[in-house]
Ligand binder design. Structure first.
Ligand SMILES: *Cc1c(COP(=O)(O)O)cnc(C)c1O
Length: 235
């Protein structure tokens, strides 16, 4: 059996859905980059997906697990841009700064300062996104839309960090109108705080809501289960 076949089909389906969402909203699909979220995927499936040559950005949400995977030669040989999308603890900042190109989940200055320090030691510039909190759930990380520009201004003072956008995790709901309204709010803040013409990223949308997110302006949807199903490892 060709293990890559279902993955190829999933990838094609997700890419087609992104194109259709772009068509519906009169956007160019070239302005949207699919991030493959590999956190729950089996190694063989991640490698099969990378072998297609169609994935340039990946996302992981646990530092330790990501390091064990992406430092191995068979993974390291792929020149993919690595995003950290989970909640970053300050004591993991050194490891994260070494492994990742982007930290997409910045929601406090202290962790950013720690990343800045470690990036300086490595002579590296880290791209960072500020995570916006889109739900009332206690467990959800992120800053409010009101706080976001304050944090962005503080991050600009950190020389080894390049702050270039917003990331958000929408509530789990089938209420498309509600999702759309939330995404619109984040998009408006993004346009205000990150002027067009410079390198910038708006990372909204996951397996369940990336089509709406792309219609509303996401440039970096993060898709895991829709790519790797039915090959997901049990948690
Ligand atoms: C796991 C995860 C995703 C991918 O979720 P799916 O629903 O499997 O596509 C996207 N973003 C973040 C921050 C995640 O933790």
């Amino acid at each position: 059996m060709n293990i890559a076949a279902p993955l190829q089909q999933n990838l094609q389906a997700v890419q087609a859905a992104i194109r259709q969402a772009c068509n519906r909203s009169a956007r160019s699909h070239k302005d949207v980059t699919l991030m493959a979220v590999t956190k729950y995927a089996a190694d063989a499936d991640v490698l099969a997906l990378l072998d297609t040559g169609k994935i340039s950005h990946i996302g992981e949400s646990r530092v330790q697990q990501a390091q064990a995977r992406w430092t191995r030669p068979e993974f390291a040989k792929y020149p993919v841009i690595k995003h950290f999308i989970g909640h970053l603890q300050k004591n993991k900042a050194a490891q994260a700064a070494a492994l990742f190109d982007f930290i997409d989940s910045i929601d406090n200055l202290q962790t950013a300062q720690a990343l800045n320090l470690h990036a300086a030691k490595l002579g590296k510039t880290l791209r960072v996104l500020v995570q916006i909190k889109l739900t009332d759930r206690e467990s959800q990380s992120g800053v409010s839309l009101a706080q976001a520009p304050v944090l962005v201004a503080q991050l600009k003072a950190l020389k080894q960090l390049h702050v270039c956008g917003y990331m958000g995790i929408a509530p789990q709901t089938d209420d498309t109108a509600r999702l759309r309204a939330l995404f619109k709010e984040v998009k408006a803040a993004f346009d205000r705080d990150f002027p067009a013409g410079r390198e910038r990223y708006l990372s909204l949308g996951m397996s369940n809501d990336f089509e709406v997110a792309v219609e509303e302006g996401s440039t970096l949807p993060r898709v895991g289960s829709r790519l790797f199903a039915p090959h997901l490892e049990e948690l």
